[in-house]
Design a protein around this ligand. Sequence first.
Ligand SMILES: C[S@@+](CC[C@H](N)C(=O)[O-])C[C@H]1O[C@@H](n2cnc3c(N)ncnc32)[C@H](O)[C@@H]1O
Length: 201
Amino acid sequence: MRTPYDEKYAGEDYYWGFRPSRTCYKVLELMPPDRPLRLLDVGCGEGRNAVFFARNGYQVTAFDLSATGVEKTKKYAERVGVRVRVFQADLNSYRLQEDYDIIFSTGVLQYVPPHLRKELLEDYKAHTTEGGLHVLSVFVRKPFIARAPDAEDTAHPWISGELFTHYHDWKIEYLTEEIFDCMSGGIPHRHAVNRIVARKV
Ligand SMILES: C[S@@+](CC[C@H](N)C(=O)[O-])C[C@H]1O[C@@H](n2cnc3c(N)ncnc32)[C@H](O)[C@@H]1O
């Protein structure tokens, strides 16, 4: 099955580049790899964050719906000489088989329809070790921000604050809403994003 991201990832270039997302540094700060730590990157794209974590000593597993993204993640990891266990899966049907110390995802959970969110996050929470972290970023809808010109029909932005309600029983280490400018598709527009770092206690 070809996905819209297979088109975006088709070239030799890396669509998202190699610079890791900002929240990767929250992981280093709050759970440094001073012992073997298993990290899952959900919707890893072309691997910029997964490879960053592997380079920094985490034991990384990653998956994405895009077969091209999976191949490019593998290539990138090989090129820099780190091990990332990466496979193709649909987060809407794939359920975790093992436990992780850190579950990380950025810019992906908008592909989970609202009726699946609670069950999905319950599965991720159940497969997180005591003291482990969830580090998640989701796009949210705000009444004063127009829909992005290149928004896909398969994306379902979250309600502002919705993500946080799933972590009322965990320790919130970091919580923010940010609005930023974007030029994707060549037309200037804005996005709003909610970010959370929560710890299982
Ligand atoms: C905005 S990109 C973010 C990629 C990566 N997290 C990053 O920050 O570079 C969204 C990613 O979600 C993936 N994706 C979309 N729907 C998915 C699904 N149902 N299951 C798994 N991955 C999915 C896409 O293939 C794409 O790589």
